[in-house]
Design a protein around this ligand. Structure first.
Ligand code: FRU
Length: 439
């Protein structure tokens, strides 16, 4: 019997390949989650489109189909990432139309078009004509051809857009534009920081409790033992006064290109791509015709010392049933999805499915694979913390996300259990276990 690796709580593509979350919004009484979609190719080889999920609960969304695909010269090689805002009863979507000109180009400094395209929708599903609002010739001269992923928001009666970019001298930065009507956009500044790679993708700017944050996904940062361990990174700067304190959003193997939006009750909610376009490790679902998923929706709050805390949205708590204690040293098996909560008082280790260990060794939180069928090339990821006071681990059919110390540190990974039930053995801590869905 084949093990079911289809997720119960996480958004997946109906088939084919999924990457970045796009156009996150609440519109006409429903949540809308769009995503970068390569239909028909688990390896992401067909031109990118936008797929669409919607529903009344972020944990119970329905797949609605493909809503945007390449149809004009300005997006002929992909409807790339972007965002959505609601204005005057319409959903306004801004995305990057990717163009690769025919010829012998490097596609970095020459030969690539990156157009900001605007469409509107009355229902989130049917889209208007495409209007190109920015082209490469509109970007500052210091930019290479890599400028993309518009994120739009409204502040004090003005619309703002941030775009990720690579300068001609290979530095990641973001460009800020503003507009009064969502149609004409004026460039007004660029911001960057030394030492954060050659390209910043998927920028997002938002405020929580009056504190400003700029989140970006930098490419080209050198890996260290306990930082920047993946091929590409995702993190945030505090942006109240310049860009300071870059902090990675997730210390696991599979996380990139997050986007946030404001829910109707004011919560700032983040979804990330629980994936990485990295040759060192794979996903066992590719031969089955699909690959990748999103993270759980995470609510963002700010700690007393100005750091972002990420925790699963509270809607997840309502799914809990059949709670039980698992004593240290006792092994038991559970059907995903389930969660494990611990309040350790020192070093501890939780072993899952006979080959994935999560724990604290006095210096580092770690996720460590000892069975390659489970990890498909994944080895170890570390996060330095002074102590581990609490953790909440969400185990779905092929993923594990751990929220540590009230959500200050998060580690996410895909894993591919070889049996339907996942064995759990905790050493050095008692666990509180909850089923999150029926088997
Ligand atoms: C990030 C990214 C974006 C781009 C999209 C294309 O994963 O490379 O910069 O818009 O994916 O799918």
């Amino acid at each position: 019997m084949r093990v079911n690796w289809h997720q119960k709580l996480h958004i997946e593509p109906p088939e084919g390949w999924l990457n970045d979350p796009n156009g996150l919004s609440y519109f006409n009484g429903k949540y809308h989650v769009y995503f970068q979609y390569s239909p028909g190719s688990a390896e992401g080889k067909t031109p990118r489109c936008w797929g669409h999920y919607s529903g009344k609960s972020l944990l119970d969304l329905t797949y609605e189909g493909i809503v945007l695909q390449p149809t004009i010269h300005e997006d002929k090689d992909g409807v790339y990432s972007g965002s959505a805002v609601v204005w005057n009863s319409l959903l306004h979507i801004f995305y990057t139309g990717n163009v690769k000109e025919e010829g012998d180009y490097d596609y970095i400094y020459h030969g690539r078009g990156a157009n900001v395209i605007h469409v509107t929708s009355k229902d989130g599903q049917a889209m208007s004509e495409k209007q190109v609002v920015l082209r490469n010739s509109d970007y500052p001269d210091f930019c290479s051809c890599h400028v993309r992923d518009p994120k739009v928001w409204r502040q004090n009666d003005t619309w703002y857009m941030v775009l990720g970019a690579r300068t001609r001298d290979d530095k990641g930065c973001v460009l800020f534009y503003r507009s009064n009507d969502l149609k004409t956009w004026d460039y007004f500044c660029c911001t960057s920081a030394e030492g954060y790679g050659y390209m910043w993708e998927c920028p997002d700017y938002f405020k929580i409790n009056g504190h400003a944050f700029l989140s970006v996904s930098p490419q080209g940062m050198a890996s260290e033992t306990d930082r920047y361990q993946n091929l590409y990174q995702s993190g945030y700067f505090r942006a109240d006064d310049g860009l300071t304190d870059f902090t990675e959003l997730d210390m696991g193997f599979d996380f990139y290109a997050p986007q946030t939006f404001e829910a109707p009750d004011g919560r700032r909610i983040l979804l990330g791509w629980m994936g990485m376009d990295c040759k060192d490790y794979q996903n066992a679902t590719v031969p089955l015709g699909w690959q990748h998923c999103m993270t759980l929706p995470r609510v963002l709050t700010v700690s007393g010392d100005g750091h972002l805390l990420q925790n699963p949205i509270r809607e997840l708590d309502a799914l809990r049933h059949d709670g039980q204690q698992l004593q240290a040293g006792t092994r038991a098996t559970f059907s995903p999805a389930f969660e494990l909560n611990g309040k350790p008082e020192g070093d501890f280790k939780v072993s899952l499915a006979g080959g994935l260990a999560f724990g604290y060794d006095g210096n580092y939180m770690y996720l460590k694979f000892s069975n390659d069928r489970l990890g498909c090339g994944r080895t170890v990821r570390r996060a330095r913390v002074d102590e581990c006071r609490d953790f909440r681990m969400i185990v779905d059919c092929s993923s594990v996300e751990v929220y540590i110390n009230g959500g200050r540190t998060v580690m996410s990974t895909r894993f591919y259990p070889q049996s339907e039930k996942v064995s759990v053995l905790a050493e050095g801590t008692t666990l509180e276990v909850w089923q999150l869905t029926s088997a």
